[in-house]
Design a protein. Structure first.
Length: 519
């Protein structure tokens, strides 16, 4: 290790692994710490790095020893942090045009904005443990991201990044904005010991169920208040107990736009109050939950381009891989701007909308909507969608704008008359069943390069065929009303042929080629 003068600290020996072998290590520098060589520990020794900027250019691994980054992290290369069963905490922001992988069966916590100034290329958490994102934004290219694992359910921190006003500041190093920046490396501090307050403008009115205060210098008495005009305040709760750590006030139920912390005491009566973080959470059902190995994990990330508490947006310049089972707690949009694959390697559930945008391959390996139907599912017109899990269920519409490949016998179901629309090709030597009392639309050739094993629509709703051809190796059975909107050839190379059990409207040319056709 190459130590500086307390301002900058370097761990920089080229191609050398720094071994933590004797005890837990805590390194503090006023300005920055740079890690250029790998750090590892074969024991449960922990590592805590505290500074303003941590330049992380090498891997860190421990054998069940926790790792804490009390700093704003800048990635200088693709980095993996592995801690066995121990926790990993990123207290500040994370930036850098590289990938970050965190492997831990403990709790991984991201408190700051990710990719705010320099987007990451990827972020991966393994399938064990719990990962919680407490920031409002995780940016990988142009929008925001969130992924997680674990056992804790949280809601969106509405205060982060919002306009905040304080009664005073100690110096320009302790601005009010620092209380809502998502980092415990910065803080707001007052310059007075009496009657200090700080309030945040949430941007609009929300139902608030939790207010969390992380103190640097607490107060012997304070109140939490809310308002709709920042003028007339109503007290939510008052506390006369000394609070010098974390005060997590849960179970609240008030509705307002402005939230205030008002002190009537001070830190031992000698210095002003100081907050690392002033967090306000809503009850809008905006949690984003992931399940792994039977444990449920939560992420509370929200897109800067959408309404707080209602939606989550994940944008990367590369691939997105979700190895855990996912429960959508918010309307979610996943985007890869550079044809990256977006892979759901387990189940997806949750009564929210899911939109997937990539010109690469979208893969659903597990059942979608099996225990909790999605509100809707939409893929964009670029790339392909591979359905490997056998079933996708929504309460509303399913819209596949890209080419679909079936890699298993597949059933698409809309429980509430949602339209199921396949605007591009469909291929794959498997059975394909579509169940909806809404409209089913085939916009592209079906079975053109790989004939389906069979095709069946249920008796509710209608089917519109705009495709020029549908080919199966087995039966085609249309139990609902069928409308042809293009010259169409239906080819069934086996089974019971092509059967229309509902009405058939065929203004364009209609040809069937099969062992048997019935109307």
């Amino acid at each position: 290790m190459d130590g500086g003068n307390g301002t900058t600290y370097y761990i920089s020996a080229s191609k050398v692994v720094t071994q933590l072998s004797s005890s837990s290590v805590s390194i503090t520098a006023n300005t920055s710490i740079t890690i250029n060589s790998a750090i590892s520990s074969s024991s449960t020794n922990s590592l805590t790095l505290t500074t303003q900027t941590l330049n992380l250019n090498a891997n860190i691994s421990t054998s069940n020893g926790y790792v804490t980054f009390n700093a704003n992290v800048v990635l200088g290369s693709t980095v993996t942090v592995s801690t066995g069963s121990a926790n990993v905490t990123f207290a500040g922001t994370i930036n850098g045009g590289y990938g970050l992988t965190v492997n831990s069966t403990g709790t991984t916590t991201f408190n700051g904005i990710i990719g705010g100034s320099t987007p990451l290329t990827s972020l991966t958490t393994d399938s064990g443990g719990t990962t919680t994102f407490n920031s409002n934004t995780i940016i990988f290219s142009t929008t925001t991201q969130t992924v997680t694992t674990g056992t804790t359910t949280t809601t969106t921190n509405l205060a982060q990044g919002q306009t905040v006003v304080a009664s005073s500041i100690e110096t320009s190093s302790f601005l009010a904005d620092y209380a809502v920046d998502g980092s415990t490396s910065t803080r707001w501090a007052s310059n007075s010991t009496v009657a200090q307050n700080i309030y945040v403008d949430l941007g609009s009115s929300y139902t608030i169920n939790r207010i969390k205060l992380t103190w640097e210098a607490g107060t012997s008495a304070y109140s939490l208040d809310y308002s709709n005009d920042a003028s007339s305040w109503t007290t939510i709760l008052s506390s006369s107990a000394a609070n010098f750590a974390v005060q997590d006030n849960t179970g609240l139920s008030v509705t307002g736009r402005y939230v205030r912390m008002y002190t009537t005491g001070s830190f031992y009566g000698t210095v002003g109050v100081s907050l690392y973080e002033f967090q306000v959470y809503d009850s809008a059902g905006s949690t984003h939950t992931v399940t792994s190995g039977g444990t449920t994990t939560t992420v509370n990330v929200i897109s800067t381009s959408t309404t707080a508490g209602t939606s989550t947006s994940v944008t990367t310049s590369g691939a997105q891989t979700f190895n855990d089972a996912i429960t959508l707690g918010a309307n979610s949009t996943l985007t890869s701007n550079s044809s990256g694959a977006i892979a759901f390697n387990s189940t997806v559930n949750g009564a929210k909308t899911l939109t997937v945008n990539t010109s690469g391959t979208t893969t659903f390996t597990g059942v979608v909507g099996g225990t909790s139907a999605l509100s809707s599912l939409t893929t964009d017109s670029g790339g392909t969608t591979a359905i490997n899990g056998g079933a996708i269920t929504t309460s509303g519409a399913q819209t596949f704008n890209d080419a679909v490949t079936l890699n298993a016998d597949t059933t698409l179901t809309s429980n509430s008359s949602g339209a199921i629309t396949l605007n591009s090709t469909v291929n794959g030597a498997y059975t394909f069943a579509i169940n909806t009392s809404g409209t089913t639309t085939f916009g592209g050739i079906v079975g053109g390069t790989s004939a389906l094993a069979s095709l069946t629509t249920d008796s509710g709703g209608s089917t519109t065929i705009s495709a020029s051809a549908i080919t199966t190796s087995g039966a085609q059975t249309y139990n609902d009303a069928v409308t042809l909107s293009a010259n169409t050839t239906l080819t069934s190379n086996g089974g019971s042929g092509t059967t229309f059990n509902g009405t058939l409207v065929n203004s364009p040319t209609f040809v069937t080629r099969s062992n048997r056709s019935s109307y």
